[in-house]
Design a protein around this ligand. Structure first.
Ligand SMILES: Nc1ncnc2c1ncn2[C@@H]1O[C@H](COP(=O)(O)OP(=O)(O)OP(=O)(O)O)[C@@H](O)[C@H]1O
Ligand SMILES: [Mg+2]
Length: 395
């Protein structure tokens, strides 16, 4: 209080400043302690029988028939006659049997979520894709957190400050590459709380890659620094169906590596003027980057299976509608015909280190949940349908 009174009186002494410094120290220590605490372990959500039926594409009768046969998990019931509930693991067993997804044909597809603009839902989208492809299509997914901020890691309940050191991130791959040593990538993925989703987490030390890669490239013109991740991932493409990569909002060396490793790129964009303007810059940089890249070692030029624009945080505001019109006009068929709406729920769930897919009917009203989950479900299904079509072509 004394400090505030003196500041109000317009006199700030050296002693006041020392006092402020002391207060900041105390606060920083408190924040640091909190940052270093491991997060509470997460658990996957419970799936209702109606949601299970929707995901499997079956009706109540079919479900009753399958349950009678007794070959698939029966879930649990609070008491006889009450609705059944299923774990995500049980749901996946149903999906694999009833939906019967096309098996992966060829190596895993690498999907990178990128936009150099911050806060356009890259991390949210990449995590929903990983969770959704596992739950709705029974896929095996590896999620790679390439952002030193570690936001994707936090969505899996991992505290990147307290629980991850550089040896658990993609750093050892980069170090081995720079030393000209082989590296066993199969040592990096770790299981998450979500069935069939593994992660290679991030930590702040990933920032070091931004100094190491260019330093080596400058001293050795032959070094293909943009190919490190692409080459490393080759070892994992038989184990997984999808490798989903979350990137930082910068054109960093790690982001360049992600883009070079990508089969498909999803560019989330928020329909506001700033986002739209920075998209223009994104395409210039992205285009220059790919055109400037030397071909692969075997002479092939870099190509993508798809580069899609996803409109997210869509609102009914006139400005948003106008911008969405422009986006469609410019990017045409590259715009995913699904809008992810702006949702207060999203802000709140992320605050609790969760996504929409983590929530069950007991956490939030069924209708609120359905409104946001339906377009996300459609996005997941569309990605898998698209990739299945590509796998079929590659046969
Ligand atoms: N559909 C949505 N509606 C409203 N808010 C959302 C929605 N999806 C995500 N958000 C919120 O938007 C913010 C940014 O999301 P997110 O962290 O996924 O973006 P990002 O592009 O990864 O950010 P960064 O560039 O910092 O990595 C978060 O607070 C998140 O909770
Ligand atoms: Mg992010």
């Amino acid at each position: 209080m004394d400090t505030i009174k003196k500041l109000k009186a317009g006199k700030t002494t050296g002693a006041d400043l020392m006092h402020l410094a002391k207060l900041s120290d105390g606060m920083l220590q408190k924040i640091r302690d909190e940052m270093l605490e491991p997060f509470p372990r997460k658990v996957p959500p419970i799936i209702s029988s109606s949601r299970l039926q929707e995901m499997c594409g079956i009706d109540k009768q079919r479900m009753g028939y399958v349950l009678k046969k007794g070959e698939l998990p029966a879930g649990t019931q609070a008491k006889a006659g009450s609705p059944r509930q299923f774990t995500v693991e049980e749901t996946i067993a149903w999906i694999r049997s009833e939906r019967n997804p096309l098996p992966r044909n060829g190596p895993a597809k690498v999907i990178v979520v990128a936009n150099f603009k911050g806060g356009v839902t890259k991390t949210t989208t990449s995590t929903l894709l990983a969770q959704g492809l596992s739950m709705r299509r029974g896929r095996r997914v590896l999620h790679i957190d390439l952002d030193p901020q570690g936001s994707a890691s936090t969505l899996y309940g991992i505290n990147p400050h307290a629980e991850v050191d550089s040896s658990q991130t993609v750093m050892p791959l980069i170090e081995a590459y720079l030393e000209g040593q082989p590296f066993d990538m199969t040592t990096l993925p770790v299981p998450t709380y979500w069935p069939n989703v593994d992660i290679i987490p991030s930590s702040t030390e990933l920032f070091n890659a931004e100094f190491m890669l260019p330093a080596r490239a400058a001293s050795d013109g032959e070094v293909r620094f943009e190919q490190v991740l692409h080459d490393g991932l080759a070892q994992l493409k038989d184990t997984y169906d999808y490798i989903i990569v979350d990137t930082a909002p910068t054109l960093s060396y790690l982001t360049i590596n992600a883009i070079f490793a990508a089969d498909g790129v999803i560019v989330p964009v928020v329909p506001d003027m700033l986002s739209f303007a920075s998209m223009v810059q994104f395409w210039h940089l992205f285009g220059d980057l790919i055109n400037g890249m030397q071909a692969f070692d075997d002479g092939r030029a870099k190509e993508f299976d798809f580069v899609d624009v996803l409109v997210t945080r869509m609102t009914s505001k006139p400005a948003a509608q106008i911008l969405q019109g422009w986006i469609t006009q410019i990017y045409g068929s590259r715009v995913v015909p699904i809008e992810i709406p702006e949702s207060d729920l999203a802000r709140n769930t992320n605050m609790r280190f969760s996504t929409f897919y983590d929530l069950g009917p007991s956490d939030v009203g069924a209708e609120t949940l359905r409104r946001i989950r339906t377009p996300v479900d459609q996005l997941v299904d569309r990605v898998d349908d698209k990739v299945c079509a590509i796998w079929a072509q590659e046969e």
